[in-house]
Write a new protein. Structure first.
Length: 340
């Protein structure tokens, strides 16, 4: 792309992770979710242990502007803390986080730790949702946390309740305003443009952010630079090796062209993280979004997927959880925690 030409797409024949020449996996892909114009080609890395998917050519600035124009609004999250069922569930949730990740509990601590928390272990979908809600980060009272791609700030609100001192960064000004509405510091722009000092954070989280980035290797290296020794990077991202991708192929919700510039396999994500000098501590997949994936992959367009998930969607999620028992890498999301 030359001379600031916003309309020229960027050819990327080489894998952004390992440099191998890609092979066409899908062509003629369209934005089925939000109807941004254009058709897209997705390539796959042939290297064993990588297998990354990526768009080639990559979208131009004009393409991305159109793609995000009708994207999620990042409105502030609804406050359900005073709803009766939420208050009851909060007791179970407190016990679960205390039992599994060492977070503190208020009153009736023994009951919450010994009874209510372990009860949620018997409900894999509930446990999955809670694990992913905090991205498997263990308690660190007063720890400084940065959420990259903070969206409406809901993750930071949760982590503040868990004792973290959180702040966010997001390229979308509306997202940053939504985060600030919770009284949480947030900045507009990319992570690299903020120029945080070395060793600034005890944890960096990226939930469904890394797939939107053209150079994930540089992003993870920047995360390592700003992490303190012993600090943790937590990532959640769509899994190209999921049962949903195997079933729906080019209609799979996780592809989301042109916003998802890269889509990771487990091998590719591990390779990026370890090449940045981080040590993988926890790595697995989650099927918790399987019902949503089924609903939006089956619909011809997002407008065709009205209402919430139906019976067939929930049946697919049950099958996805059963499949994970046989193949632990078949879930719809990759979830990784690494330490510096």
């Amino acid at each position: 792309m030359n001379g600031g030409d916003r309309t020229a797409r960027i050819h990327r024949p080489a894998c952004p992770v390992c440099g191998a020449t890609g092979q066409v996996l899908y062509s003629g892909l369209a934005d089925r979710l939000f109807g941004a114009p254009g058709e897209w080609t997705m390539k796959q890395c042939p290297t064993s242990g990588c297998g990354l998917l990526w768009l080639d050519p990559a979208p131009s600035a004009d393409d991305l502007e159109a793609a995000y124009r009708t994207y999620y609004t990042h409105r502030p999250a609804r406050d359900v803390s005073r709803e009766p069922l939420h208050r009851v569930y909060a007791w179970f949730k407190e016990g679960y986080f205390a039992n599994r990740f060492g977070y503190p509990v208020s009153g009736a601590a023994a009951v919450k730790r010994a009874v209510l928390g372990p009860a949620l272990h018997l409900l894999p979908i509930a446990a999955d949702n809670l694990d992913m809600r905090i991205l498997f980060l263990r308690a660190r009272p007063g720890g400084r946390l940065l959420d990259v791609g903070c969206g409406n700030g809901s993750t930071l609100v949760t982590m503040r309740q868990m004792g973290w001192q959180g702040e966010g960064v997001d390229a979308d000004p509306a997202a940053v305003e939504a985060t600030r509405s919770h009284g949480i510091e947030a900045r507009v722009g990319t992570l690299e443009s903020q120029h945080y000092a070395d060793d600034s954070f005890d944890a960096v989280t990226m939930s469904h952010l890394i797939e939107h980035v053209a150079d994930p290797v540089a992003l993870v290296r920047e995360c390592r630079r700003i992490l303190r020794p012993g600090g943790h990077l937590a990532i959640a991202t769509p899994n190209a090796g999921s049962i949903g991708h195997a079933r729906f192929r080019e209609r799979w919700r996780g592809l989301e062209p042109p916003r998802h510039l890269v889509v990771f396999t487990a091998g590719a994500l591990r390779r990026v993280v370890e090449s940045a000098g981080l040590r993988v501590e926890r790595f697995h997949t989650s099927p918790r979004l399987a019902a949503l994936i089924h609903r939006e992959s089956m619909a011809p367009t997002r407008n065709g997927a009205t209402g919430g998930p139906g019976f067939a969607d929930h049946l697919w999620m049950s099958l996805a959880y059963a499949r994970r028992m046989l193949d632990p890498w078949s879930g719809e999301e990759l979830a990784l925690v690494a330490s510096r």
